[in-house]
Design a protein around this ligand. Structure first.
Ligand code: A2P
Length: 346
């Protein structure tokens, strides 16, 4: 395995794609050649990487010859078509879509939690859903000390989760309303500026939407805890790019909040943000552009002797997507897990 890696970003022009580009440079990932792929709409667009101007290409069947690693963030339908082609061409794909996350042959990785699962990959590794990653980073260190029995979570999700054009829509709608006009929803189904709405992913028969069920099923897979009970309510709010979550945890035993604080103060990927005197706790503006998940307002649940409440904010584009994907890529390099997929079909 060469120490310099040929990388392709699929979805390079998107909100996560541009962040992947920045992270590969700032974290000095050992890139040899970098290929930028998107839809035909943006073929010819120039993006800069380490001071060099690169041209975006339309993805096609032949895009992956000589590529060792694909970081894919172009939606599930694109991944379903191109991830198997990339694997067949000898690349390992770190996929940010939901297409393969629950496939038993595809590891679902948060490097701070289950890095060892990457060893079993067969060419595709899935990057979990953003709200799930942020919650898992905060809950897992506690779960390791005393198993969590049940999680009840409410999310406050920023526009970035729906992509770069959705972030623009928050601004244009806000401007329109401030100008006395009516907000015209284009990307979102409802007005997002000065409003919020339950997450608009498709509803399941059980009444939960897909985003909520991702939090249930993906947390179980990442924690390797198939019996874990999770109930989520996901809400889209007019915040640009960091998600917030109110998390209620029920343990088998009482969990002292000071002990929880001590554990989270040292937990990887977590920054404890609590100033009880100033009533200051994590906020999305503080989490924006940060790698850590900000956790605070840890308190004993007054309604249950084994319950704990906490509040968190995390940058959806960074730890919720691009950073986690790059950390997985770093893990693949460190553990020499690239190219091993070349002979395995998906
Ligand atoms: P494009 O800019 O050409 O549409 P976001 O999550 O911010 O909406 O970004 C989605 C990313 O996925 C963009 O880079 C977008 O490219 C890319 N993409 C969307 N659909 C396709 C497709 N069918 N084939 C390749 N790339 C796609």
């Amino acid at each position: 395995m060469s120490s310099k890696i040929n990388v392709a970003i699929l979805g390079a022009t998107g909100a996560v794609g541009t962040e992947l580009l920045e992270l590969l440079a700032s974290r000095q990932f050992p890139v040899n050649k970098l290929k930028l792929l998107a839809s035909p709409r943006s073929a010819g667009t120039k993006l800069s990487f380490r001071g060099e101007e690169l041209t975006v290409e339309a993805v096609g069947d032949d895009s992956f010859a000589d590529v060792d690693l694909v970081l894919a963030s172009a939606g599930g339908s694109t991944s379903k078509v191109y991830a198997p082609k990339a694997v067949a061409a000898g690349a390992v794909v770190v996929d940010n879509s939901s297409a393969f996350r629950l496939d038993p042959n595809v590891p679902l990785i948060v490097p701070e939690i289950n890095p060892e699962a990457a060893k079993a990959h067969q060419g595709i590794i899935a990057n979990p859903n953003c709200t799930t990653i942020l919650m898992a980073i905060a809950v897992y260190p506690l779960h390791q000390v005393s198993p969590v029995k049940r999680i009840v979570v409410a999310t406050y999700q920023s526009a970035s989760g729906a992509g770069a054009r959705a972030m623009e829509e928050v601004k244009t709608q806000a401007q329109a309303i401030l100008n006395g006009e009516t907000a015209k929803p284009e990307i979102f189904p409802h007005a997002i500026a000065f409003n919020l709405f339950p997450h608009n992913s498709p509803l399941n028969d059980n009444g939960y939407c897909e985003e909520e069920m991702k939090m249930v099923n993906e947390t179980r897979k990442i924690f390797n805890a198939p019996e874990l009970r999770v109930s989520a309510t996901c809400v889209r709010v007019p915040v640009l790019r960091a998600h917030s979550e109110a998390v209620n945890l029920e343990f088998a035993q009482p969990f002292n909040r000071d002990r929880a604080r001590e554990i989270l103060a040292k937990a990887p990927g977590v920054k404890l943000v609590e100033d009880w005197g100033a009533n200051y706790f994590p906020m999305p503006v503080d989490a924006t552009n940060r790698d850590e998940v900000l956790v605070g307002r840890i308190r004993q649940d007054i309604s249950h002797e084994c319950g704990l409440e906490l509040w968190l904010c995390g940058d959806q584009i960074r730890k919720g997507a691009a950073l986690n994907a790059v950390q997985i890529a770093e893990l693949l390099v460190k553990e020499n897990l690239l190219r091993s997929a070349a002979t395995v079909s998906v």
